[in-house]
Every structure is written in structure tokens, then in C-alpha cells.
Write a new protein. Sequence first.
Length: 200
Amino acid sequence: MEVFNRVEIVKLIELHKVWIESVGNKGEKLSVDEIDFRDLDLTGYPLNQTILTGGIFDGMDLRNIDMSSSLLCSSTLRNTNLVNADFYKADLSYADLTNANATNARFAKTDCSEAIFCKDHLVNSKLISWSLFLTDFQNANLTNVDISLSSFEETLLKGAKLAGIKGLKEAFIKSINIGTQENPIILYGEKAIDWIHKRV
């Protein structure tokens, strides 16, 4: 694992901004692993198309951040402000977003396999065409989210608020877990859809 100090990380982020703005002709694409970003101000920096595996963003203010098409596997964004954030085509598999505020965020075509969204505020977010294999939404607020074309497989929904969900008819509900990871209660197909319908 490479170790960078704060100055070096800022320089890499600035090089990535140049890379984005020049459409890859100048600068350098940001690719780092297991970096703690918490003491950095990322306002105004595009983080789309980055590789930030295992990154730590806990408690940060990332409103309006663009992380589309980025690789964020195993990163932590706990208690993070993600209002209006863009994760289009990002890979958030195994990421931990516990208690994040992702109001109006876009997760379209995002891989969230085994990601954790416990207690998240996802009101009005676009959750279109995303992979939700073993994704944990326990006690999350999913009011008015759009789940069109998303794939549910053993997705944890215990305690989740599902009022006003859109696109349910277009979603692929293979199975949901209304229990916990330790004590799963799996509902398949029509039973899973009926369970969600009663709470929409």
C-alpha cells in the first residue's frame, strides 16, 4: 500500500481535475487505495472516474460531489453529507454508508452489492438500474425513491421506510430479507413484492 501525506494527496486530486478538464490529455487520473480524506476540503474537485478503493470519507460534507463512474469498493462514507451527490455507474460494493444523508442523490446503474445503507436518508434519490445483492437498508428512509430496473436479491429491508417508492413494477425483485444478517427471513418473488407493496 502506498502512503501519501496531505500535500501529496491534494496534488494528486488537482492533477485529476486537470485530467478531467482536458479529457485525459493532461494531468493524471486519480488512483489511490485506503486513503483517509477526512481532513481535506474536496469542494470544487471532480472525483468522477477515480479509483478510491477503501477510502475514508466519514463525516465529510460532500454535497453535490461527482463520483460517477468511480471505483469506491470497501470505502466508508458513514455520517457523510451526500445531498445531491452523483454516483452514476459507480462501484460501491462493500462500501459502508451508514447514517449518510443522500437526499436527491443519483445511484443509477450503480453496483451496491453488499453495501451498507443502514439508517440512511435517501429521500427522493434515484436508485435506477442498480445491483442490490445483499445490500443493507435496515432502518433507512427510502421515501419517494425511484427503483426502476433495479435488481433485489436478499436485500435487507427491516425497518426501512418505503412510502411513495416509484418504479416497483419495473424492478426485479428476486428476494428480500426482512430479518437481519444474523437471523435472515427471506421472502422470494411475489411474497417479496407483496411485502413491499403493503409498505409503499
